[in-house]
Design a protein around this ligand. Structure first.
Ligand SMILES: Cc1ncc(COP(=O)(O)O)c(C=O)c1O
Length: 446
């Protein structure tokens, strides 16, 4: 489709020619063969460049194998059978809980509740802790950058219980305005619920500081860690939060599984949400007593195979080392930001990245994703044209409509990276964007 194009009006980042950044870390190249899906042409001669990992990550062979082996050898329902398959299945399911608990530094394995994903985990907190603890006039503090998953459940609670929602705004660099958040906290604040990493701005929010601020006014802190748990070492005790949620499918695991981590004393005090099998202690015709956490919150047959897949994903990432994943993605983040910044007319949302002067500090402020718009180019047109080159990016509002409204955009294009991406893929993206923009502008001129 682009054969007629003669040049791209873009200078590639220096590292793409010198190869310096490539030499600094080769994680992407090393793990590449673990991800079979990446080894394909999308169109004839057009190699897949997958840059949509913030939406969902690809899965390594070890995760696919763990799930297949479970289904082929051990499949049975959990917690209810005396036969050998049921015992093996239960052991694998509960071992997955251990792996997730260790992955996020939980003090106790009972603090991990398996859910369908982060969305369900936040709904669980809103419908249990929220319903039992919050009443009219109580305040929940969010930020304008929240994913709809961390906004809508609280809006529903506000409507049904008279809870008041307050939103921390962005600062001039399009990060969380911490001072504004601080000013929203008061005696009626019961919960702060905030993303660790914005899936649109790419900023990394100072969760530790926010935990201290929330606790100082007697409020709890829920961290939406969907975009941080897959990409950096996480220790819930070090973060100081009270609840943390994440989705398995963004961290090399399958869809249909995620988790809530909650402090044990909070989970123990929370009423159940859904009723049914597995979550009970005893049931009579007159009534019911409930199981202890985490069973209390896992009504019905759980997503057994998916939980086992998530456990295998934790094994995979732990073996590589989350510090290495984080360091490598830091390089990718800088390369992506620099490469995109060179495209004329581009507007990248979120804080700037300036690796030349402040590598350590920027690391704390920018993840390996960029949402952007280019003057005169519709994001979905761009994504469609890039697909013709085999490059997968996302276009739309990324489930952050209120944030896009604040940014003055209906939507944006987003490239998001993971451990399997390479510097070369970022270069391919930047060249393809520049070519596409040239072509669209040429078409406009005729
Ligand atoms: C920051 C953030 N929070 C929550 C979610 C919701 O995750 P899920 O759809 O897996 O429940 C996402 C998914 O894109 C996200 O990026």
């Amino acid at each position: 489709m682009f054969v007629a194009l003669v040049h791209a009006s873009i200078a590639l980042p220096a590292s793409s020619t010198a190869g310096a950044a490539v030499a600094a870390s080769s994680l992407g190249a090393r793990v590449r063969s673990d991800f079979k899906l990446l080894d394909q042409d999308i169109w004839e001669g057009k190699r897949l460049v997958y840059l949509d990992s913030a939406a969902t990550s690809q899965k390594p062979a070890s995760v696919v194998r763990a799930m297949t082996e479970h289904l082929e050898r051990d499949n049975a329902n959990v917690h209810r059978g005396a036969h050998s398959l049921a015992t093996r299945s239960t052991a694998s399911y509960e071992s997955a809980r251990d792996k997730v608990a260790a992955f996020v530094g939980a003090a106790d394995r009972r603090e991990i509740v398996f859910t369908r994903g982060a969305t369900e985990a936040i709904n669980l907190v809103a419908n249990t802790w929220g319903v039992s603890e919050l009443g009219a006039g109580d305040e929940v503090v969010l930020s304008v950058m929240e994913h709809h998953s961390n906004m809508v459940p609280w809006q529903q609670l506000a409507k049904s219980r008279g809870v008041i929602l307050k939103y921390a705004r962005l600062d001039a660099l399009e990060r969380l305005d911490l001072e504004h958040l601080r000013s929203l906290l008061g005696p009626r604040t019961r919960l702060v619920s905030i993303a660790h990493v914005s899936n649109t701005l790419g900023c990394v929010n100072p969760v530790k500081e926010i935990a201290a601020l929330a606790h100082a006014v007697g409020a709890k802190l829920l961290v939406d860690a969907c975009q941080s748990v897959p990409h950096m070492p996480i220790d819930v005790r070090e973060l100081g939060c009270d609840f943390l949620v994440a989705s398995g499918h963004k961290m090399c695991g399958p869809t249909g599984i995620g988790f809530l981590w909650g402090r044990l004393e909070l989970l123990e005090a929370m009423p159940p949400w859904q009723g049914g099998g597995e979550m009970i202690d005893t049931v009579t015709l007159e009534g019911v007593t409930y199981a202890l956490p985490p069973g209390r919150f896992e009504a019905g047959t759980p997503a057994i195979t998916q939980a086992i897949g998530l456990g295998a994903a934790c094994d995979y990432l732990r073996t590589i080392g989350m510090a290495e994943v984080q360091a490598y993605e830091h390089e990718l983040a800088a390369h992506l930001h620099r490469g995109l910044s060179a495209i004329p007319g581009i507007r990248i949302y979120g804080p700037p990245v300036d690796v030349a002067t402040d590598a350590a500090a920027t690391h704390a402020h920018r993840a390996a994703l960029c949402a952007f718009n280019i003057e005169g180019v519709h994001a979905s047109d761009l994504a469609t044209f890039l697909d013709q080159e085999g490059i997968a990016i996302r276009a739309g509002h990324h489930c952050t409509q209120p944030l896009h409204h604040q940014l003055g955009a209906a939507g944006s294009a987003r490239a998001s990276l993971y451990l399997y991406n390479t510097h070369d893929e970022i270069d391919a993206l930047c060249v393809a964007i520049a070519e596409t923009v040239d072509m669209l502008r040429m078409l406009e001129d005729v």
